[in-house]
Design a protein around this ligand. Sequence first.
Ligand code: PSU
Ligand code: MN
Length: 307
Amino acid sequence: MIQSDEVADALRTGAPVVALESTIITHGMPWPQNLDVARRVEETVRAGGAVPATIAVIDGTLHVGLTDARLEDLAQRDGVAKLSRADIAACMATGGTGATTVAATMIGARLAGIDIFATGGIGGVHRGAEDSFDISADLRELSETPVTVVAAGAKAILDLPKTWEVLETLGVPVIAVGQDSIPAFWSASSPHPAPLRMDRASEIAAAHVMRGAMGLPGGQLVANPIPAADEIPAEALTPVIDQALEEAAAQGIAAKAVTPFLLARIFELTEGRSLEANIALVLNNARLAAEIAQEIGALRRAGGPVA
Ligand code: PSU
Ligand code: MN
């Protein structure tokens, strides 16, 4: 593993660090906005008083914290693999280059000793999963790897009720921030009541440290609503999502190609509007994650929340 100097220094001194995924850059957003967003997310983490650690596998080496040159190269390179739990070790063993999904970023963060990670949305149970069995490895990772993930919920391309049921079955805390429903990515609220609600970063940090102290495996999903000004109403997106899903089915898109295909089609069909909202919510998540990282650091210095 190669850590950037900045990340290595922060981890050695106990300064706050926020992990960031790279699949959102390579498979989640189009060039060149992807590079711009990746840089802005890193700046936002810094402005929040934490060190950003974007994670990726480059030529067989796991990088935790990318130089700007590596970030730029990754953002425009063709043929970068999409790595989840199933393929990250194989990619490293064979000298490959790949971007990390939520699951693989959690694995990288844990290896480096990073507690918290910010992204846009997690993978989940796909619509029609009762036939396709397509359930993202992100869900199981959340139940196994002790990293707190800040996201704006999950996209409506998924079957959201089934996604939340699976997380409950797996014992993953789903914490809505400052509201009683689970946010639905482009929309701040949803009809799904949140299993847990917290209004302060310090509470989320305390719950994270408490889980660690109890030896509970797995992380927490912090579901942070998109800022109201950036929301897209669900009614506006429903026909677009339905069209993208129909096209995916007609073209036989399957397995790990499904999520990138749907995201790309929705960006095209909304003429970039979905991307603007996506950018706003990722930055909002980076801000909250930096705050939680600081609170976790303060609790660790004080000996944790257990008296
Ligand atoms: N959801 C988004 N944007 C993304 C992804 C999901 O709104 O970029 C990416 C993340 O990297 C996530 C992955 O971990 O897609 C899930 O892919 P799959 O459904 O194949 O597990
Ligand atoms: Mn899948």
